[in-house]
Ligand binder design. Structure first.
Ligand SMILES: O=C(CO)[C@H](O)[C@H](O)COP(=O)(O)O
Ligand SMILES: [Fe+2]
Length: 223
């Protein structure tokens, strides 16, 4: 099933609860929360207190994307704040296995991600241990960047590996997704679609969310 995960990075933070309610009511499946530390990536966004407030105002699935150095230090804080899934960068973690274990110890889902310049094969040892792999289709750090089509080969590789190893992790893509590319992204094998600026920068957030949801549903039968 194709899942739509609007990224609140491009939302109006002064009315975050409303912005989340709008996309959930319009059919969004996950709320994608981008956490940036100003060290692993050159931008700072939000942290556990904001996630805690979001958790208190919605039951929706919180897909938390950590772009932070040494994520193991903060797994407890992000899990206790109410994350439903924590995804961290392979490049940022000195011990990927320990970080996966720490996330699982809170009974929540775990995702692992890589930047556009990281080889997908670094994920091989962990494929059996994760619920989701996130392939970044822009350099992490900012919303509104252009999609990098070269990252789709990594998705195709993961689809092959998943079949060969009889696994069932989800494949998420994040960065620059829009009506211009979701068909090729879906056809490559992605089933969780993060969208920031192509939803929250639009005039009518509810209508565009409904339109993406409908398109993703239609694409399910073509892959
Ligand atoms: O992780 C991210 C950036 O590092 C964001 O999730 C992503 O960029 C979404 O924004 P957009 O759809 O505008 O590219
Ligand atoms: Fe993200």
């Amino acid at each position: 099933m194709n899942l739509l995960a609007p990224s609140i990075l491009s939302a109006d933070f002064s009315k975050l609860g409303e912005e989340i309610e709008t996309v959930i009511s319009a059919g969004a499946d996950y709320i994608h929360v981008d956490v940036m530390d100003g060290h692993y990536v050159p931008n700072i966004s939000l942290g556990p207190p904001v996630i805690k407030s979001i958790r208190q105002s919605t039951k929706s699935f919180l897909d938390v994307h950590l772009m932070i150095t040494e994520p193991l230090r903060y797994i407890e804080a992000f899990a206790k704040a109410g994350s439903d899934m924590i995804t961290f960068h392979q490049e940022a973690a000195s011990d990927v296995t320990e970080t996966i274990k720490a996330i699982k110890s809170y009974g929540i889902k775990v995702g692992l991600t890589i930047n556009p310049n990281t080889s997908v094969s670094v994920l091989d040892p962990y494929l059996k241990d994760v619920d989701m792999i996130l392939i970044m289709s822009v350099e992490p750090g900012f919303g509104g960047q252009s999609f990098m089509p070269s990252t789709l080969d990594k998705v195709r590789y993961l689809v092959e590996q998943r079949k060969a190893l009889n696994l069932n992790f989800d494949i998420e893509m994040d960065g620059g997704l829009s009506f211009d590319n979701i068909e090729e992204v879906a056809k490559a094998g992605v089933n969780v679609f993060v969208m920031g600026s192509s939803i929250y920068a639009m005039e009518d957030v509810a209508s565009v969310t409904r339109a993406y949801k409908k398109r993703l549903k239609a694409l399910e039968s073509t892959v």
